[in-house]
Design a protein around this ligand. Structure first.
Ligand SMILES: [Zn+2]
Length: 199
């Protein structure tokens, strides 16, 4: 991840490259730098002005107005994003851009909530948030995601997908989630965030 340049073109073809772990970038930014830079970028591209607060490096089990924290989430009750220690560690198995994705995904939930366009079923909410996260990351003026970053992001999105179709918490299949975030990245270079609309 680079601060202060522009995104190269993105292709959905990346989705077929994500089966294997790419070697990590030589120069990985640390979590504090990533979260601060991405947060600043998100605030600039979020037209809903949801302006959530962020608490990061939160251990699992901490209490919040939305119950005990069991993973990164956006809590509507206090307009706050929680990024857990466990998720930061998990993200860096892929790289710094994977952490940017986790923050951007949760920020998208804030925008869905404040903007009043959150879809009605959980899978649609989650895939729309993935798409918006991709759009935001591609559109933010202060952070650049190169091809390898985008592969990292597609890979973590793929890995957090699930096949639990009968679970009310089903967030989308691996392929759906990777495609949604890449669609958002493409939209940031072409047709805009309307590509993330749920019909
Ligand atoms: Zn989510």
């Amino acid at each position: 991840m680079n601060l202060g340049k522009f995104l190269t073109r993105v292709s959905l073809a990346f989705v077929i490259t994500i089966a294997t772990h790419a070697p990590l970038h030589a120069n990985q930014l640390g979590p504090e730098v990533v979260l601060k830079a991405v947060y600043l970028g998100l605030r600039q591209v979020d037209t809903t002005r949801s302006n959530p607060k962020v608490r990061w490096n939160v251990p699992n089990g901490v209490s919040s107005p939305c119950g005990r924290i069991g993973g990164s989430l956006y809590c509507t009750r206090n307009n706050t994003i929680y990024i857990t220690q466990q998720h930061i560690q998990m993200a860096y198995k892929y790289g710094d851009a994977a952490l940017a994705y986790i923050l951007a995904h949760e920020y998208a939930h804030a925008a869905q909530t404040v903007g009043g366009f959150r879809p009605s079923n959980i899978t649609a909410i989650e895939l729309q948030a993935d798409c918006m996260a991709g759009y935001y990351m591609g559109a933010m003026p202060n952070v650049t995601f190169d091809r390898q970053d985008i592969e990292e992001i597609a890979e973590i999105a793929y890995q957090v997908g699930d096949y639990e179709f009968n679970n009310r918490q089903h967030h989308g299949t691996p392929e759906q989630r990777a495609k949604a975030v890449l669609l958002g990245f493409q939209a940031s270079q072409k047709n805009g965030i309307a590509a993330c609309r749920v019909r």
